[in-house]
Structure formats: structure tokens, C-alpha cells
Design a protein around this ligand. Structure first.
Ligand code: GLA
Length: 403
């Protein structure tokens, strides 16, 4: 154990030294990445054409203007390695450089996916033993973002090299992420580095020191309220680890997918913005309904996510099934979210807002970010919120509670 602590510290110091030598221009993700990823809708069926269509739609729907910049290809683009170890794409992606050029021609950026293991989660070719070669190839293609998913590394490396020794397994995993970090940095191309290892081993404590710009904090999201809310609840307490260049990632958005109702989509999008989470839509963009587009392109909500202070929201209190979260914003502003998480319309009725618990005085004026209208919030004000719905308010000039 002691050996591990020392070696993790050494790794961290080494990586920090490398980071401080990095030119400012190559520092990425100063605000959480915003874009779209293929997995949540297309999964293993994604093709080159889906990526092109999605890029087109990001532009034509106004999503690009709202801040969606990344178009990320998830797992299942990989083919086989040749005798020189060069990884080729499979038949769904005939020419990755041409695809990257196409996405760039729209003023967007392109992301890709791999694993530190021999195989990805989908059983495709990973980067083990080819990290530098793959990083150079990504840079040559013009890749701007890499999601690096632990998956095959667990059984094939961690469990084989250090069976039953969790500390050693963790050390091996951190070294694997650092290896790709160094390979990416060596290319000289600014590439956002996204860790996907499901929030194991307190990843938020060590990921930034080995180049992580964002790290998954949980297992996979699914498009239903229970999973989305479980993930939201698991973010409590992680707020201190987020900041410019390094973000908690509660997984990609399911807005517009599966069983989420309209108000549930609003809660999901609002709270990911409150969490300063990456906003990676994962819906079928060519067939997006207008009401889903309205949620995904709400610029006021995106501005909460992108606030340059980079302070993640904290859950301040809950009363029955109503939760109150707040997030400090630049210029002294504050965002307040009140969510009825209960499944019964009258589960906590009436709910009285306690501004004092938020450090606020008796009356506040702000903007309701879903109606777009001015609102006044008062101490003990009764609020009625339908089940699984949210009140999201931005207060530009909060008045503090007199001491
Ligand atoms: C894991 C990740 C998902 C997705 C799939 C692809 O499950 O957590 O986000 O990338 O692998 O195989």
C-alpha cells in the first residue's frame, strides 16, 4: 500500500511537470466539451454516413451556434492491424481522414474512441502496445478528442498481471492512461483526453495528473429516469474535483432517447449543465423532434454549463422528494435548481423554498431558464412542481442573507 502511494505521487508529479511545460495554446477543455457522440443512439451500427449526417444536422439545426462543436465516433470503427501494426478502419468507415476533413469543413471537431486494452468494450481492436502509433495516426487524421475506455484492459492486463491485488491493478491502470497521455502530448496536437473507466479507484483524484480532461464518474447511462437520477445522485460530493481543463463526466446525454418524458429530458439537461458536465448529445439528429431541439439548444442552460468559473453544482438540501441544488457562476451570479424527484405529483406538497439555506436573503429576482421569464423567489415561497420536473433559475445579482 505504502509503495503504491509513493508511486502514484511520483506519477502525479511527473505528469504535472509535463503539463506545466505544455504551451498554453494546447490546453484544451477550459469549459466542458459540448457536442454529440454516436454511442447512445447508433451503438455498434454507426457508419461514416451517420457521422456526416449528424455533422450536417448540428449545423442546420442551430446546435453548432448553440455551442455543439464535437462530433465523436464511439466504439466499432476499428478494423484489423496490418503486419506493421497499423490499425485500419473497418468497412463502415472507409476513409477516416476524409471523414475528419468533412467534419472540420463544417467548423466542427471530431472525436474517436479506443481502449488501453487489447480489445474495446465492443470486442474491437484496442491500443495496447500501439499507443504511440495510434496517437500519431489520430493526429495525422486530425482527431481532436479521444475517449479511452478501460474495458479489455481489466481482464487481459490488470487481472492477469496482478490477480487479487487491487492496489497493483490500480497502479497498472494509471500507468496505462499516462502512457496514452504522453503519446497524445508527443503528437503536439491539442487532443481532449476523456477517461472512461466508470469512476473506479477515485479517478477524480488522479486523472488530472495523468492528462485527463474529463473522466467518467459512473457506469453507463440508459435513457430512463431511474438510471439518470441514480447517476445524478452519485455526483454529490464530487464538485470539488471539477474545474477548467478537468471535469467530472456523469456520462453522455440521453436527451431525446428512450423512455424519458419531456420534463425528464429537461431535468436531465438542466442538471448536467449544473454539474458542469460534458454535454454530449446522443440522439438521432436527422430525426430530432422540435421540442427536443428546443431543450438541447437552450442557450441560457448551456451558458450555465459553460460558465468560465467552472464550479460544479452542489446539492444544498432536500425536503421530502424535492431537491435544491445551486451553482456559483462568474460575476457573482448563482444558478438554483429545484427538482421534484418524486414519482407522485403530490409527494411533497406544498414545498416551501428556503432561500436562507442557500445563503440568500428573503427576496431574489432572476430568470426562469425554461420559460425565459423574470421570476421573484421569496423566503418560504410555496412552489408547485410536477413530478420529475425542474425549476431552473439564474440570479445575476444575488442578495446575501444578512449575518
Ligand atoms: C462502454 C462505455 C460506453 C461505450 C461502450 C462502447 O460501455 O462506457 O460509453 O463507449 O463501451 O463499446
Amino acid at each position: 500500500m505504502r509503495f503504491f502511494v509513493l508511486s502514484a505521487a511520483a506519477l502525479a508529479i511527473g505528469a504535472l511537470t509535463a503539463q506545466s511545460q505544455t504551451p498554453v495554446t494546447s490546453r484544451v477543455a477550459q469549459t466542458p466539451p459540448v457536442g454529440w457522440n454516436s454511442w447512445n443512439y447508433f451503438a455498434d451500427k454507426v457508419t461514416d454516413q451517420n457521422i456526416r449526417d449528424s455533422a450536417d444536422q448540428i449545423v442546420s439545426t442551430g446546435m453548432k451556434d448553440a455551442g455543439y462543436i464535437f462530433v465523436n465516433i464511439d466504439d466499432t470503427w476499428e478494423g484489423e492491424r496490418d503486419a506493421n501494426g497499423v490499425l485500419h478502419t473497418n468497412s463502415k468507415f472507409p476513409d477516416m481522414k476524409a471523414l475528419a476533413d468533412y467534419v472540420h469543413s463544417k467548423g466542427l471537431k471530431i472525436g474517436i474512441y479506443s481502449s488501453p486494452g487489447p480489445k474495446t468494450c465492443g470486442g474491437y481492436e484496442g491500443s495496447l502496445g500501439h499507443e504511440e502509433q495510434d496517437a500519431k495516426m489520430y493526429a495525422a487524421w486530425g482527431i481532436d478528442y479521444l475517449k479511452y475506455d478501460l474495458c479489455g484492459f481489466i481482464p487481459d492486463v490488470m487481472m492477469k498481471q496482478a490477480p487479487n491485488d487491487h492496489a497493483a491493478q490500480m497502479r497498472i491502470m494509471i500507468a496505462a492512461y499516462d502512457k496514452m497521455n504522453k503519446a497524445l502530448k508527443a503528437t503536439g496536437r491539442p487532443i481532449v483526453f476523456s477517461f472512461c473507466q466508470y469512476g473506479w479507484d477515485s479517478v477524480w483524484e488522479w486523472a488530472p495528473s495523468v492528462g485527463g480532461n474529463l473522466w467518467r464518474t459512473t457506469g453507463d447511462i440508459t435513457p430512463d429516469w431511474d438510471r439518470m437520477y441514480a447517476i445524478l445522485s452519485q455526483q454529490e460530493g464530487l464538485e470539488k474535483y471539477a474545474g477548467p481543463g478537468h471535469w467530472n463526466d456523469p456520462d453522455m446525454l440521453e436527451v431525446g432517447n428512450g423512455k424519458l418524458s419531456l420534463s425528464e429530458n429537461r431535468v436531465h439537461f438542466s442538471m448536467w449543465a449544473m454539474l458542469a458536465a460534458p454535454l454530449l448529445a446522443g440522439n438521432d439528429l436527422p430525426h430530432m423532434k422540435p421540442e427536443i431541439k428546443a431543450i438541447l439548444t437552450n442557450k441560457d442552460v448551456i451558458a450555465i454549463d459553460q460558465d468560465r468559473l467552472g464550479k460544479q453544482a452542489a446539492r444544498i438540501y432536500s425536503d421530502g422528494e424535492v431537491e435544491v441544488w445551486s451553482r456559483h457562476l462568474s460575476g457573482g451570479a448563482l444558478a438554483v435548481a429545484v427538482i421534484n424527484v418524486g414519482s407522485d405529483r403530490y409527494s411533497t406538497h406544498p414545498f416551501h423554498l428556503n432561500l436562507h439555506k442557500l445563503g440568500l436573503g428573503d427576496s431574489q429576482t432572476g430568470k426562469d431558464l425554461w420559460t425565459g421569464k423574470a421570476v421573484t423567489l421569496t423566503q418560504n415561497q410555496p412552489l408547485e412542481l410536477p413530478s420529475h420536473d425542474i425549476l431552473l433559475v439564474r440570479i445575476d445579482a444575488p442578495k446575501a442573507l444578512a449575518k
